[in-house]
Design a protein around this ligand. Structure first.
Ligand code: CP
Length: 318
């Protein structure tokens, strides 16, 4: 990292906007925060007096809870609103809602929204830092970063790794961030799935589209399965879940093609027996729960960095 490096992002909208240096910096900070979660008293004063609003227009278990845990472990005040309990149900626009949130002077708004680009829109209308917690089919940057942190913990670096991503690439914002982040760090990303699940021109992001799933998994260092995002599909794009599981489900026999020390990943939630067999999800090669653990550390790092935490004069955690 260059001596004069400085993290300059006030918003976290996607890994598209981040350099390899930025990503490595976030992971370095996340590693330093990870041990806070292992302490008997899991709290540092780093974000004392800061206000963080988690605004989730779509369901979430992992992302929402880990942003809240991350904020609380850094002593920030957190507030949660969802679309169903907000005045969005009465017809208020996203921008009007955001302007009203801004009038209460939060420091950070964490937004999950079904529309691609919603966090980018908000970032143009409010003073608070915006963190994208998943926008439509576009990006899920904190998930991409926690996936990178997990791979680095097990493999040291992503440079030269073969990473297979299998499933519903077209509707997955996780794939959108992972492909961008993994390739920036020097991994080669191979994609496999039904043609109806493959986005147009995905090769322009640096990924290789494989004709069959075996080609993607052969000699892979990492195999990641994705959930079929039925909530983003108007029509059924596959004949049946049973057929999908037979052709693209990650099972033990498919994994025999990968390297012996392959990592098995999934962003969750898992449809067991569809995109991944239970024995694989719970097996010795699975790092799925490591991903969840690292999610808290990565989100602590993002909250810290967007508020200028690594700049001189800002109070550091003890
Ligand atoms: N991986 C992920 O985004 O999970 P949630 O939808 O539960 O937040």
């Amino acid at each position: 990292m260059q001596d004069n490096y400085s993290f300059r992002h006030r918003h976290i909208l996607g890994l598209e906007q981040m350099s390899a240096e930025d990503i490595n910096h976030v992971i370095t900070i996340a590693r330093s925060f990870k041990e806070v979660s292992a302490r008997p008293i899991k709290k540092v004063p780093t974000l004392r007096g800061k206000t963080i609003v988690n605004f989730f227009f779509e369901p979430s278990t992992r992302t929402r809870l880990s942003f809240e845990i991350a904020a609380k472990r850094m002593s920030a005040d957190t507030f949660n609103i969802s679309a169903s309990t907000s005045s969005a149900t009465k017809g208020e626009t996203l921008i009007d809602t955001a302007k009203n949130l801004q009038a209460m002077n939060p420091d950070i708004i964490v937004l999950r929204h079904s529309s691609s680009g919603a966090p980018h829109l908000l970032a143009r209308h409010v003073e608070a830092s915006i963190i994208n917690a998943g926008d439509g089919t576009h990006e899920h940057p904190s998930q991409g970063l926690l996936d990178i942190m997990t791979i680095m913990e097990h493999k040291g670096s992503l440079a030269g790794l073969k990473i297979a991503i299998i499933g519903d690439i077209a509707h997955s914002r996780v794939a959108g961030s992972d492909i961008r982040g993994f390739t920036k760090l020097g991994a080669k990303v191979y994609l496999a799935g039904p043609r109806t699940f493959m986005p147009a021109a995905v090769e322009q992001m640096g990924a290789v589209v494989c004709d069959d799933v075996q080609e993607a998994v052969r000699d892979a260092d990492v195999v990641m399965a994705l959930r079929i995002q039925q909530e983003r599909q108007n029509d059924s794009l596959i004949p049946s879940l049973r057929e999908y599981a037979i052709c693209y489900g990650v099972n033990d026999s498919l994994l025999r093609l990968a390297k012996d020390d392959v990592l098995v990943m999934h962003p969750g939630p898992i449809n067991r027996g569809v995109e991944m067999n239970p024995d694989v999800a719970d097996g010795k090669r699975s790092v799925i729960l490591d991903q969840v653990t690292n999610g808290v550390a990565v989100r602590m790092a993002l909250l810290y960095l967007v508020l200028g935490g690594d700049k001189p004069g800002v109070e550091q955690g003890e």
